[in-house]
Design a protein around this ligand. Structure first.
Ligand code: IMP
Length: 192
């Protein structure tokens, strides 16, 4: 069965296609003209479902969406579901804005969260969550990945997420964990 990847985010698309390919799942991108639904849910789960359902309705194919973000403990989980629109501008602007909001704060524990939802044309849904814990750095390092990767430090690797190769990131990321959970659930329901 072929799945449509319900995302317009190039960074995410690349990672999802690579991880799903490794899992033996065939994917197609969203066709031209596919709607970009308003992400007005209150949770990662709700927003992932909104995106997957819109793509499944539009294409008539099973569609997989990821809703993800960075949650910082001392900011009560912000930017969280608002990670992509935390402030106007580029990824670098959002990183700078977050670091400014964290100035003088010692506890820098944070985590990336990804929720994968797959919606089927017959209305069935399947979702899975993955989390990757880390520490918010004091400045950006590395030029791989996307989004908040340059300021997301992984103490056990001694590197930021942006210093990992795509293969390394795709082994440990929140998105990889959520997609592995999705695959496990899928196989439980449908066999391999
Ligand atoms: P979404 O498209 O509404 O799910 O927003 C996801 C946003 O969360 C991205 O635009 C990034 O800002 C952030 N994000 C999610 N996953 C990652 C990641 O793997 N690395 C860095 N930032 C991420």
């Amino acid at each position: 069965m072929k799945f449509v990847l319900a995302s317009h985010n190039k960074g995410k698309l690349k990672e999802m296609a690579a991880i799903l390919g490794e899992l033996g799942i065939e994917v197609a991108s969203l066709p031209e003209g596919a709607p970009e639904p308003e992400e007005n849910g209150a949770t990662f789960e709700e927003n992932a479902r909104i995106k997957a359902k819109a793509a499944a309705d539009f294409t008539g194919l099973p569609a997989i969406a990821d809703d993800s973000g960075l949650c910082v403990d001392e900011l009560g989980g912000a930017p969280g579901i608002r990670s992509a629109r935390y402030c106007e501008g580029t990824d670098a602007d959002r990183n700078a804005f977050l670091l400014k909001n964290m100035e003088g704060i010692e506890n820098r524990a944070c985590k990336f969260v990804s929720v994968i939802c797959c919606c089927f044309p017959d209305g069935q849904q399947l979702s899975a969550r993955g989390e990757c814990p880390g520490i918010l750095a004091h400045g950006p390092t590395g030029d791989g990945g996307f989004g908040y990767d340059p300021i997301f430090y992984l103490p056990e690797l001694g590197k930021t997420m942006a210093q990992l190769t795509p293969e390394e990131k795709n082994k440990i990321s929140h998105r990889a964990k959520a997609l592995a959970g999705f695959q496990k659930e899928w196989e439980k329901q449908h066999g391999t």
